[in-house]
Design a protein around this ligand. Structure first.
Ligand SMILES: [Zn+2]
Length: 403
């Protein structure tokens, strides 16, 4: 939804501030001045997640030896694909402009710190900066008791009223604790509502929710719809901080639908390309936006269908980061360990923000991401100059979801 459900006085003040910013460009400019001293070129941050997408598929594609290629329970097997065919945008464009961690064949290890290795604890760790194995142990509709960096950023000058989250999975509203955080969270099949009335695009998107297939009932909407809602919001409201959580990969994997899982990965890649294209084609974002892309947990090394505290491999993940301020290193083939609890402070540093009221539980950002190893080469700008024509996503044949 567009506005927090609770209408406290703080919300009223923010509403007034938002109106002022909206109707008085000078006030907006003054707010933006606050960002000039941030020390980073990136003033915007977009965080994208693909639920339960394994590092094995990201780095290795689908080799013939993959369990995804072996028929299981009479289901369709996945098709062998090199990684550049499975995720052409990720490897041909994103990796060349950024840094990709998590290829364990080279000792680059990315892991979740929480011991649950399921989604709610995974996303909470990412946005809060620490695991909470005592209180966050289930995927249940309970408000997150912990504060997160999106909530904190929404209170900072230059970012007030310019933070939003969109997710395929309905639980994001609880994970972000939408009421307390007072940032709009649109997730699952929830329609978007605004105080100022819907745009024609939002009206159409709400109608699409009604007519969309619901293979996973009301829990997870199609990822393309999640991006459509997020894009409409980007066009209309120009948020500076945006979370986009995609969910289809995990759903197909749990079903054991290898072909569906592989197709969902290919769609995720094409959605990343669309996000990149959006950034490159808008003055407000081009050359001023940092991207952090990851997942919420891994999956079993052999049994790719599942993930849980006792399934080895469920903690093993990956992440990619790109920003006009960072060195472009591509796939990082050096050994090292990065944990998801480090992402929250990473997000802040990417846009030059410092969490002063620091929560002692928040893990420090991984310095390796920010190191300038070779000062002779400036970090390439995401200036769109080398952006390739969109490629047709891979859609190997196979059955759709069965529930
Ligand atoms: Zn799952």
């Amino acid at each position: 939804m567009e506005w927090g459900r609770s209408q406290r006085s703080g919300a009223v003040i923010r509403l007034a501030e938002s109106a002022i910013r909206r109707y008085f460009p000078l006030a907006q400019a003054l707010e933006d001045r606050a960002l000039e001293s941030s020390g980073t070129l990136a003033k915007n941050l977009i965080v994208v997640t693909a639920d339960g997408l394994r590092w094995q598929e990201v780095f290795e594609g689908i080799p013939v030896s993959s369990p995804l290629c072996k028929p299981e329970d009479g289901r369709d097997a996945g098709q062998a694909l090199p990684r550049e065919t499975l995720m052409p945008f990720f490897w041909n464009t994103l990796a060349r402009h950024g840094q990709v961690y998590g290829n364990r064949r080279y000792g680059s290890e990315v892991s979740v710190a929480n011991r649950m290795r399921i989604s709610y604890p995974g996303y909470s760790e990412i946005i809060c900066g620490f695991p909470d194995d005592k209180r966050i142990i289930l995927n249940s509709k309970k408000q997150n008791p912990n504060r997160h960096v999106f909530e904190w950023l929404n209170k900072q000058r230059g970012y007030r009223g310019r933070v939003a989250a969109f997710g395929s999975w309905e639980l994001f509203s609880w994970i972000f604790n939408e009421e307390r955080a007072e940032i709009p969270v649109n997730a699952g099949f929830e329609k978007i509502r605004t105080r100022g009335g819907l745009s024609a695009g939002q009206y159409r998107l709400n109608a699409l929710l009604d007519s969309s297939p619901r293979p996973w009932h009301d829990h997870v909407r199609p990822d393309t719809l999640t991006w459509a809602f997020a894009k409409e919001y980007l066009e209309r409201r120009r948020p500076r901080v945006l979370f986009v959580g995609f969910g289809e990969t995990d759903e197909y994997a749990h079903e054991g639908n290898a072909a569906g899982y592989v197709q969902a990965i290919a769609r995720f890649d094409s959605l990343l390309a669309e996000i990149w294209r959006f950034i490159e084609s808008h003055e407000h974002y081009r050359g001023k936006t940092a991207l952090l892309i990851t997942t919420d947990h891994g999956r079993g090394r052999h049994n790719w269908r599942m993930h849980h505290p006792l399934a080895p491999g469920s903690e093993e993940t990956w992440f990619a980061v790109a920003s006009p301020d960072l060195e472009a290193r591509g796939e990082v083939r050096e050994s090292g360990q990065i944990r998801h609890e480090q992402f929250a402070r990473t997000m802040l540093r990417l846009i030059g923000q410092h969490h002063e009221a620091s929560d002692a539980r928040m893990a420090p950002e991984p310095e390796v991401v920010f190191e300038k190893e070779n000062t002779l080469f400036a970090a390439p700008r995401m200036d769109g100059g080398s952006f390739p024509a969109p490629e047709v996503p891979v859609t190997p044949g196979g059955r759709g979801p069965e529930r």
